[in-house]
Design a protein around this ligand. Sequence first.
Ligand SMILES: [Zn+2]
Length: 157
Amino acid sequence: MKINISGLSEGSHQYVLTEPAGEMGMESYFAGEVTANITLEKSIHQILATVNASVKGVFICDRCADEFSDDITTHYTAVYSWENAEEREEDDDFHLLGREDNIIDLTQSVREYLQLAVPVKLLCKKNCELPEHVRSAEPETDPRWERLKLLKQTEKN
Ligand SMILES: [Zn+2]
């Protein structure tokens, strides 16, 4: 996920980058290729990157334990600047460029934003229910047994 910015003219530039999730060091539940649609807007002191990225994830449902796949998408903006006018700390959204830097590497931020986009609760469908055999395996007191016990006690007395 690298873009060569040497000789980039001022204004807006579009890119579509793809890279296998495995080669980006992503979690193993991400499958296939990561696709990133990127717009770079170059001005005198900085480049604003607007990124829309997506990847397929193969997950295990938290409720029924079935495997399912879902598209994970993310959208974020990041600034690559040759000047640190605001004395900002470098983070996922702000990167300082050296005068000689001619490559913007989006690998780490795309990876982290996609990771953050994975839902905390993974359900194969919105209202996934526990399958019947799992539910009946749960210990439960059968009210009929309770009545039977009471009957036996009464008989003894
Ligand atoms: Zn499920």
